[in-house]
Design a protein around this ligand. Structure first.
Ligand code: PEP
Length: 252
């Protein structure tokens, strides 16, 4: 049985003081929620401080990227062991903003995923088509290539801790959301592809998040879809009231 995961990607927002302020409010409001998994992914500079606050709570901690080398002359990069020492359990990999602005490719996504797994971090692999690709009716072709690329060389056991996030690029930060049916169709496509690449068990166990302008007023409907197992949330994860409402969305 897959559990709903509500994950906040804070992107390049919130300094240390602001991060603590936000996570305190969230933690206070959701500390009795056991039916959902909750994750925050603050910027690197806030990780340690946020970890101190959430380590004994039901909120998990993740980073927004990692580099595949262990250490060395890679100015500006961050390693898996550094993230682990800051208390991270998860790491977002291949977010469309990394693909768009920082030259992330299928190959580099795959290297990062392998490093995360080798280090005991749970990768959240992001995939999704651009508006042009959707309008050109090649969503499935694009997602197929991204999934095959990210999972290249990974074993069935590796899949145990992987999460996939389907994030149509045209829906990120734009206020436009895929309809629950459209999103669910792509999630189903991803699940079928995992069945083809691995087997039914891997496909059925895989948590597949939807991302792209998830808001308190559309979350319950999205999370209720058969193949949508929660959300990766940008903008709405920066406002405590919105994120708290998202975490609680659809809970009876
Ligand atoms: C994201 O960045 O992963 C995202 C989905 O952003 P937003 O919720 O703001 O669209």
């Amino acid at each position: 049985m897959r559990r709903i995961l509500v994950a906040g990607n804070w992107k390049m927002n919130k300094d240390i003081r602001e991060s603590l302020e936000l996570v305190k409010k969230i933690s206070y409001a959701v500390n009795d929620i056991s039916v959902r998994d909750i994750l925050v992914c603050p910027p690197y500079t806030s990780l340690s401080a946020v970890h101190e606050l959430v380590k004994d709570t039901n909120i998990k901690l993740g980073a927004q990227n990692l580099f595949w080398e262990e250490s060395g002359a890679y100015t500006g990069e961050i390693s898996a062991s550094m993230l682990k020492s800051a208390g991270c359990e998860y790491v977002i990999i291949g977010h469309s903003e990394r693909r768009q602005y920082f030259g992330e490719t299928e190959e580099t996504v795959n290297k990062r995923v392998k490093k995360a797994l080798e280090s005991g971090l749970k990768p959240i692999i992001c995939v999704g088509e651009t508006l042009q690709e959707r309008e050109g009716s090649i969503t499935e072709k694009v997602v197929d290539k991204q999934i095959r690329g990210a999972f290249e060389g990974l074993s069935e056991a590796d899949c145990d801790t992987i999460i996939v996030a389907y994030e149509p690029v045209w829906a990120i930060g734009t206020g436009k959301t895929a309809t629950p049916d459209d999103a669910n169709n792509v999630h189903k496509f991803i699940r079928n592809l995992l069945k083809e690449l691995y087997n039914e068990n891997v496909a059925e166990k895989m948590v597949i998040l939807y991302g792209g302008s998830v808001k308190p007023d559309n979350a319950a409907e999205l999370f209720a879809m058969e193949d949508i197992d929660g959300g990766l949330v940008g903008g709405a994860s920066l406002k405590s009231d919105d994120f708290i409402a998202l975490i609680k969305a659809g809970i009876e």
